[in-house]
Design a protein around this ligand. Sequence first.
Ligand code: SF4
Ligand code: SF4
Length: 76
Amino acid sequence: MNQAEWYPQINQDRCISCGDCITQCPEDALGQQNGKAALVYPERCAYCSHCEDICPSNAIELPFLIVMKHHKREGV
Ligand code: SF4
Ligand code: SF4
């Protein structure tokens, strides 16, 4: 996995363009591209997972947290 894949991943097919993640990101890392949410300033992202938590359509995933959850489930 290269470094870019460790940023929040936004599934633009799922995004309903509500704008919540953009207005609520504490680091102003998100913006709109082609009418959908996008990580326009990845260097600002603090990996807080707030965008993943509040997205109403589950369009955002943080890969690192998925790995951690998996390890937790496996008891590692
Ligand atoms: S993880 Fe936090 S800092 Fe990064 S884009 Fe989402 S809300 Fe913003
Ligand atoms: S919160 Fe989810 S649905 Fe709303 S703009 Fe962000 S990615 Fe799209």
